[in-house]
Design a protein around this ligand. Structure first.
Ligand SMILES: [Fe+2]
Length: 301
């Protein structure tokens, strides 16, 4: 995650958890050695204790079981306070406020990339597979306050997918209907059975994405989708398989949503690229990669 993607290990704790840094925050991701190779929990941020309590009351009023995180829980997550609950598919979900910053310990990528687009838009996005699409859509919209960006299908009809936002990022959350939950099928036909279909991180510019793409080729990282442009969020990206087996989208240039003017539409088809890629891409290319990421030379064999 660090030498390929360019994140920085900021901390490790006695439980073997590894904290990954992408910006001024102490961390944006935590890798837990618990062994199920799936999302351990999703953390959604609110501004302060009052907002946290308001959301907890709202969830409880709707019959959702909410647990207040202990001081030890908060310390473990490096936040000031949190609540814990489960989404309708059983995905552990946390709402928190007061993330620890690392002033004076600014992000330093182990690679020569410009950095990541995070800030008020968070880590990027996650796409999850929901047992009951309508219930999950209602949960994230009406109880957690997400707004729909794009929506495909109609209730009871066709494949359902929602792209939802909670800040200017086009989507921080994608929910897809699990057509065969036990096998984890979905729009990415090769995806294994996991709640987390993919996570997207947004790099600063096209050179970051291009150099990472070539590094993946050189290192034999398996691709899930080739380079392409998304029709909905306009992200210029490619997809790889992480060692844990879920997808990771690495992109740049995603567009933002202005809630005062945004109208909900179906997601558009991609104008080009994002072809299912798995092993053939790596096996048909050989790369002469100069380690300083400045010279990109590839040839087909
Ligand atoms: Fe994505």
């Amino acid at each position: 995650m660090t030498l390929i993607l360019g994140m920085q290990v900021s901390d490790r704790d006695e439980l073997g958890n590894v904290f990954l840094k992408m910006d001024e925050r102490h961390h944006r991701f935590v890798l837990h050695p618990q062994g199920n190779n799936d999302i351990a929990y999703a953390g959604w941020e609110v501004k302060n204790e009052d907002e946290l309590m308001a959301i907890a009351s709202q969830l409880k009023a709707e019959g959702i079981e909410v647990e207040r995180g202990t001081a030890a829980n908060a310390q473990g997550r490096r936040v000031m306070g949190l609540i814990k609950l489960k989404d309708p598919s059983g995905i552990p979900t946390e709402v928190y406020y007061g993330p620890m910053l690392n002033y004076g310990n600014n992000f330093k990528s182990p690679r020569e990339i410009s950095g990541f687009v995070t800030g008020e838009m968070g880590i990027g996005h996650i796409v999850i597979s929901a047992d009951n699409f309508e219930k999950s859509l209602q949960f994230y919209k009406d109880l957690l306050g997400f707004r729909v960006t794009n929506l495909s299908g109609t209730p009871g009809e066709g494949f359902r997918m929602a792209f939802m936002h909670c800040n200017p990022r086009h989507h921080s959350l994608g929910i897809q209907m699990a057509r065969v939950p036990s096998q984890g099928s979905g729009p990415y036909g090769l995806m294994p059975a996991r709640r987390l279909q993919h996570v997207m991180i947004q790099a600063g510019n096209i050179d970051d994405v291009g150099s990472t793409n070539y590094l993946c080729l050189e290192k034999g990282v398996p691709f899930a989708k080739t380079f392409g442009r998304h029709g909905n969020d306009h992200m210029l990206s490619f997809y790889i398989w992480t060692p844990a087996g879920f997808g990771l989208e690495y992109g740049c240039g995603g567009r933002q949503v202005d809630d005062s003017t945004w109208i909900v539409t179906p997601p558009e088809n991609d104008p080009w690229g994002h072809l299912q890629a798995s092993p053939p891409v790596n096996s048909t290319y050989k790369l002469n990669y100069e380690s300083k990421e400045k010279q990109f030379v590839s040839r087909r064999t």
